[in-house]
Design a protein around this ligand. Structure first.
Ligand code: IMP
Ligand code: MG
Length: 175
């Protein structure tokens, strides 16, 4: 496997994240914002998006696993690391790298909702168009993409490529 095509450039991503950050800052003025990154994929989105948020904000992370080393969804979601803090009464914004089947997120939303946050919204850099097997209401979307498997900007293939500054499409190499 090698990466052969840039799907979304570094510059396009940064422009979009600054727009999302501005919108989030407007929407959460006067609220008690806690941004929750879903590891590992969201760590880069979270870091760059956070720098465009101008209202007071705290951060926490969760780690879940829905994929093995393969590129297909397993439908199995495990919480590998839970939040460090209580979220009752707080305005929680989940930050994701990508929403594919929506299984990971709908499971996460369900398990966080019972903890009674004041609000619970979702921001994702990428949303795969039309293929959510579970409908997920994404409040802040960066880009809608097709069904292709992408890497970079936090997204991995078998653990690699997360550090690419752009989102690229994986293609089979001919060798
Ligand atoms: P979902 O539960 O199918 O929505 O999958 C969500 C998770 O699957 C994401 O957080 C990613 O870790 C992974 N994933 C889905 N599509 C891709 C992709 O195109 N490239 C890399 N990882 C992906
Ligand atoms: Mg992930």
């Amino acid at each position: 496997m090698n990466v052969s095509k840039v799907l979304i450039s570094e510059e396009e991503i940064q422009t979009k994240l600054s727009e999302m950050g501005k919108q989030i800052s407007d929407d959460y003025a006067g609220k008690d914002l806690l941004m929750v990154g879903v590891l590992k994929g969201a760590f880069i989105v979270m870091a760059d998006l956070a720098r465009h948020v101008t209202v007071p904000v705290e951060f926490d992370f969760m780690a879940v696993s829905s994929y093995g080393a393969a590129t297909q969804t397993s439908g199995v979601v495990r919480i590998l690391k839970d939040l460090d803090q209580e979220i009752a009464g707080r305005d929680v914004l989940i930050v994701e790298d990508i929403i594919d089947s929506g299984l990971t997120l709908s499971y996460l939303l369900k398990s966080l909702r019972v903890r009674r946050p004041a609000s619970l919204e979702l921001a994702s850099l990428l949303v795969k168009k039309g293929i959510q097997s579970v409908p997920v209401d994404v409040r802040y979307t960066g880009f809608e993409i097709g069904p292709e498997f992408v890497v970079g900007y936090g997204l991995d293939y078998a653990g690699k490529y997360r550090n690419l500054p752009y989102v690229g499409v994986m293609e089979e190499s001919s060798e």
